[in-house]
Write a protein that binds this ligand. Structure first.
Ligand code: ADP
Ligand code: MG
Length: 462
C-alpha cells in the first residue's frame, strides 16, 4: 500500500475536523506528502508553488507537525517542502523530468510539444467512484438503510421517495449516498445524478442571488434524475434556501425523480426547518444507521485491510474493533495508523504492535464534557471567570490559565481546535494549538501541574 498517501489522507480528515473544510480544500488539497525521512524525522511535502508553500509554513506548520507526527508515531517532526524543481536527489527514485514538474507545467510542456489537444472541459461527476455498495459492509446497524438504498437503484423515483437516512457522524451515510449514485449510473449511463452537501447548496444559492443567477441555480437542480443531498441539517435556519429547495423538491417529486437525504437526526427533531419542508422530508422512507456491533466492525476492518492487500489477523481485528471508538471513520483511522506504522518501520503486523501504536490514543472512555463545564472548574481552581478568559488580557497568570483551559478542552471534550477558538471569542485555531503545546511543555517539567490537572479531570468525570 502507498503509505504516505494513506497518512496524508488521514491527515486531511483530521485537518477537516480541526480547521474546517474550506482550509483543507483551499490549501492542503493542493499539497502532497512526498517523503518521510524517519531517521532525521523530517516530513517532506510538495506544494504547487511558492505562495502555497509559504502560506502553509506560516499558518499551519504546527498543525502539520502535531498531527502528522501522531500519525507517524513520532514527536514533533519537522516539516519541509521539497522544491518543485530541485528535489533532493537521494529522496526521489529516478525522477523523470515530468515527475519534477507540477501538473500545470506538465500540461503546458505537452501542449507545446503538441502532445495534447486542449479539449473543452468535460463536466465532472459529483459522485465518488470509490464509495460503492460492494465495499459497504452490511450488519444490523445499517441493514435497513442499505436495503432501501440498494432497492432504489433498481427503480429510482418509484419505491421510496424521498429516502431519508439519518445517523451519527462517520457511520456511512455519505458512502451510501454515493453508492446510490454509482448504482444508478451503472444501470443507466445517461442518468443525471447530482450529489451535493446541504451547506454547499446553501452557499451556491446565496452566491446565485448575489450574482443574479437564481434561475440558473434552480435549473441545475430541477433538471436532474437523481438528487442526493448530504447532511441536510445544514439547511436549518436558512429560510431563503429552504424556500428555494422546497420548489426544487416539488418539481422533482412530481416528475418521479429520486431524491435522497442524509442527516444527523430524524426530520421531526431538525431545528429551524419550515413545517412544509419537514413534512416532505419524511414523506418517503426514513431509515436509521447506528453504531455497528463488534462483528460488523471486525468485518469492516478486514474488508478495509484487504483493500490495501493486507490480511488482518483475527486477534488484531478484534483488538481494534473492541476499543472505545466513536464511529467507523475512527475505526478506519486506527487501522490505517497500525498498518502505516508497520509498513514504515518494516515490521510484521502483530497484536503487540497494534497495541503499542494505539495505546496512546486509547484514552479511557469518558462521558461527554462540554466547554462550559471546563470553564466552571477552571474558575473554581484558578479564580478567573469566563469573561476574563475570553478577554484580550495579557496578564501572565491570565494567559497561563487561558492556555490551560484550552488544553483541558481539547483533551477532555470532543471539540475541535476551531470550535475552541470560536468559544474563546473568535480566536484562531493556531492560537489554541499554541496554547496546548505551551501547556504540554510545562507539564513535562512541573509535577504539581500534572497533579492539579489530574484533580480537575477527576472532578470533571464525576
Ligand atoms: P457519514 O457520512 O455518516 O459521516 P461516511 O459515509 O463518510 O460517514 O463514512 C465514514 C467512513 O467509514 C468512510 O470511509 C466509509 O467508507 C466508511 N464506512 C462507513 N460505513 C461503512 C460500512 N458499513 N462498510 C464499509 N465502510 C464503511
Ligand atoms: Mg457524511
Amino acid at each position: 500500500m502507498d503509505v504516505v498517501h494513506t497518512i496524508w489522507d488521514e491527515f486531511l480528515k483530521i485537518a477537516k475536523e480541526e480547521v474546517g473544510i474550506r482550509v483543507v480544500e483551499t490549501w492542503f488539497k493542493a499539497v502532497s506528502f512526498a517523503q518521510w525521512d524517519a531517521e532525521k524525522k523530517i516530513i517532506y511535502l510538495q506544494a504547487p508553488n511558492q505562495f502555497v508553500r509559504d502560506w502553509i509554513q506560516k499558518n499551519y506548520h504546527a498543525l502539520l507537525s502535531t498531527h502528522l507526527g501522531r500519525l507517524l508515531h513520532v514527536e514533533n517532526p519537522s516539516v519541509s517542502f521539497l522544491n518543485a524543481v530541485q528535489e533532493r536527489a537521494d529522496l526521489v527514485v529516478a525522477p523523470t523530468q515530468e515527475m519534477r514538474m507540477v501538473p500545470a507545467q506538465v500540461a503546458v510542456q505537452k501542449r507545446r510539444a503538441g502532445l495534447v489537444r486542449i479539449s473543452s472541459p468535460k463536466k465532472q461527476s459529483t459522485i465518488n467512484k470509490s464509495y460503492i455498495f460492494e465495499n459497504f459492509v452490511v450488519g444490523p446497524s445499517n441493514s435497513l438503510a442499505y436495503a432501501a438504498a440498494h432497492a432504489i437503484t433498481e427503480k429510482p423515483g418509484r419505491l421510496y421517495n424521498p429516502l431519508f437516512m439519518y445517523g451519527g457522524s462517520g457511520l456511512g451515510k455519505t458512502h451510501l449516498l454515493h453508492a446510490i449514485g454509482n448504482g444508478i449510473q451503472d444501470q443507466n449511463k445517461g442518468a443525471t445524478v447530482l450529489y451535493q452537501t446541504a451547506d454547499r447548496f446553501v452557499t451556491e444559492f446565496i452566491s446565485s442571488i448575489r450574482f443574479d443567477k437564481v434561475e440558473r441555480f434552480q435549473e441545475k437542480y430541477k433538471n436532474v434524475d437523481v438528487l442526493l443531498i448530504d447532511d441536510v441539517q445544514f439547511i436549518s435556519h436558512k429560510e431563503g434556501t429552504q424556500e428555494a429547495f422546497f420548489h426544487i423538491f416539488n418539481v422533482l417529486y412530481d416528475a418521479h425523480k429520486q431524491i435522497v437525504f442524509s442527516s444527523d437526526t430524524v426530520p421531526q427533531d431538525m431545528q429551524g426547518i419550515a413545517e412544509r419542508l419537514r413534512s416532505r422530508l419524511a414523506w418517503g422512507l426514513v431509515a436509521d444507521i447506528y453504531m455497528p456491533d463488534i462483528e460488523t466492525k471486525i468485518a469492516i476492518l478486514k474488508r478495509k485491510a484487504a483493500s490495501h492487500t493486507v490480511v488482518l489477523a483475527d486477534d488484531i481485528a478484534h483488538f481494534i474493533a473492541s476499543r472505545a471508538i466513536a464511529n467507523i471513520r475512527e475505526l478506519e483511522g486506527a487501522l490505517i495508523r497500525v498498518m502505516a506504522f508497520a509498513s514504515l518501520t518494516k515490521q510484521e503486523l502483530s497484536l503487540e504492535l497494534a497495541q503499542r501504536v494505539l495505546q496512546r490514543a486509547d484514552a479511557p472512555e469518558r462521558p461527554a464534557i462540554d466547554l462550559e463545564r471546563v470553564v466552571s472548574l477552571v474558575h473554581k481552581h484558578y479564580g478567573y471567570d469566563f469573561k476574563q478568559l475570553q478577554s484580550k488580557g495579557r496578564d501572565k497568570d491570565l494567559v497561563f490559565v487561558r492556555q490551560l483551559a484550552m488544553f483541558l478542552m481539547k483533551r477532555l471534550t470532543n471539540k475541535s481546535l476551531r470550535d475552541i477558538g470560536v468559544f474563546f471569542g473568535g480566536r484562531d485555531h493556531s492560537t489554541v494549538l499554541h496554547a496546548i503545546e505551551k501547556i504540554e511543555q510545562i507539564l513535562k517539567k512541573q509535577t504539581d501541574l500534572q497533579v492539579r490537572i489530574k484533580k480537575i479531570e477527576d472532578e470533571l468525570s464525576r
